[in-house]
Design a binder for this molecule. Structure first.
Ligand SMILES: Nc1nc2c(c(=O)[nH]1)N[C@H]1C(S)=C(S)[C@@H](COP(=O)(O)OP(=O)(O)OC[C@H]3O[C@@H](n4cnc5c(N)ncnc54)[C@H](O)[C@@H]3O)O[C@H]1N2
Ligand code: MOO
Ligand SMILES: [Mg+2]
Length: 395
């Protein structure tokens, strides 16, 4: 049986750089940007009024001029006007170009306007007051967003502003999620006393959706020939096959043998860990990877998070979300296995505290929802003291 570290090494050795593709701007949120974005023009592209009011020249104000005749209007979206006389001003709206000859915007709140004359009720003004100067955020040609970041709504706004209707992103793998087991019935079906509804596959599909992966879904019976028939097509079609169940020692756990008959090379089957000991990982010659997650829901979820996401994030060259947190209580764990402890997080005087979530067994899917992540406790200790700090991998 291999260790968690060895398993992660074997899995991450199976990553290769993903090709890129163009997606619509609004389909890009959450995807990984494949090219850097540079400013096509200055940010902002002109001296921009940041307040509604009037535009004047600060020199006139310095020469004790306090009243200005309103001669024109400079709304946003209109070509730049010109201030021709130091005793004049131009009404200006937020977002408009600062007129030629003006360098200050006085807010309406600081003005008294009577008969077309604006009186400035201020003792001093400074040049470029209430003006967002051209190029002050970024200059044309400068880097705005580096490649390799996860696209957020703010990045979508930047891409829109530089005219990108489509966005180059790393292609995501084509994934299929496959539940196994004769006890499982569809969500819409009333289970008989010996049956349960499928839930692991939905948990995996939902998890994949959070990574922007829309996977296909299959269900396989506990019958080797029927399994093989359906799976042969999957190997051709998908980059990654995620199975749940049928990987342990049961008389109906046919998955490892069927996959091997179809030509899968087993890279490991079982890890020194709890939960998730019988995890299966393999690959086909044409490149399809197989993760066989143990069927108990907590095992499926922890193995998906720890192993599939390690592979996915390494392929995309991004970091897994980790937070350091201190244990809320002592944990004792005897066997020489890596113990993955589900935790929820709270903040205590600025220190993040990880409180273990009580699940009765790894089949307890109801209490799984309490967990915000998990800690992988190392094998070289049996006693983990309250207050000791560990990385929490966040769900
Ligand atoms: N003799 C041994 N028995 C078991 C061992 C062992 O080492 N020796 N390992 C145990 C561990 S640990 C786990 S985890 C499970 C893994 O079992 P399988 O991967 O073979 O999964 P199944 O037998 O198909 O199912 C187990 C359990 O999970 C439920 N399940 C499966 N798929 C789904 C799904 N899509 N939605 C909801 N629930 C699902 C299934 O009904 C079973 O209750 O084996 C232990 N046994
Ligand atoms: O992974 Mo199993 O569910 O350790 O119990
Ligand atoms: Mg089994």
């Amino acid at each position: 049986m291999i260790s968690v570290t060895e398993a992660l090494q074997i899995i991450t050795a199976q990553t290769k750089p993903l090709p890129t593709e163009e997606v619509d701007l609004l389909q890009s949120t959450g995807r990984i940007l494949a090219q850097p974005i540079t400013a096509d023009r200055d940010f902002p592209p002109f001296d921009r009024a940041t307040m509604d009011g009037v535009a004047i020249g600060s020199r006139a104000f310095g020469q004790d001029v306090r009243q200005f005749r309103i001669t024109d209007m400079q709304p946003a979206g209109h070509p730049q006007k010109q201030l021709t006389n130091r005793g004049n001003c131009i009404e200006i709206m937020t977002g408009a170009m600062l007129p030629i000859g003006a360098d200050v915007v006085i807010r309406y709140e600081d003005l008294t306007i009577t008969n077309g004359i604006a009186y400035v009720n201020l003792n001093e003004v400074t040049p470029y007051q209430n003006v967002h100067l051209q190029g002050s955020d970024k200059k044309a040609g400068e880097l705005l967003v580096e490649a390799g970041v996860k696209i957020t709504p703010a990045i979508v706004a930047i891409m829109a502003s530089v005219g990108m209707a489509t966005v180059p992103v790393y292609r995501l793998p084509k994934v299929v999620v496959c539940s196994t087991g004769d006890e499982l019935v569809p969500v819409t079906q009333q289970p008989l006393p010996h049956q349960i509804r499928q839930s692991n596959s939905y948990m995996l599909l939902a998890g994949l959706q959070q990574e922007c992966i829309i996977a296909d879904k299959y269900h396989l019976p506990d019958e080797p020939e029927a399994m093989a028939e359906q799976m042969a097509k999957m190997v051709e079609e998908y980059d990654v096959l995620l199975f749940s169940g049928a990987v342990s020692k049961g008389k109906f756990d046919f998955l490892p043998q069927v996959l091997q008959q179809l030509g899968m090379q087993t890279l490991f089957h079982s890890i020194a860990q709890k939960p998730g000991k019988p995890l299966l990982f393999g690959k086909f010659n044409d490149g399809a990877l197989v993760f066989g997650f143990p069927g108990n829901p907590v095992s499926t979820w922890v193995c998906y998070q720890l192993y599939f996401k390690a592979w996915l994030y390494r392929s995309l060259n991004i970091k897994l979300p980790l937070q350091q947190a201190a244990l809320s209580k002592d944990i004792k764990f005897k066997p020489p296995l890596t113990h993955h402890v589900l935790v929820r997080l709270t903040n205590h005087n600025g220190q993040l505290i990880a409180t273990p979530v009580d699940t009765s067994t790894s089949g307890d899917m109801v209490n799984l929802m309490q967990a915000e992540g998990f800690i992988s406790l190392p094998t070289d200790q049996e006693h983990f003291a309250e207050g000791s700090v560990f990385d929490v991998q966040l769900f």
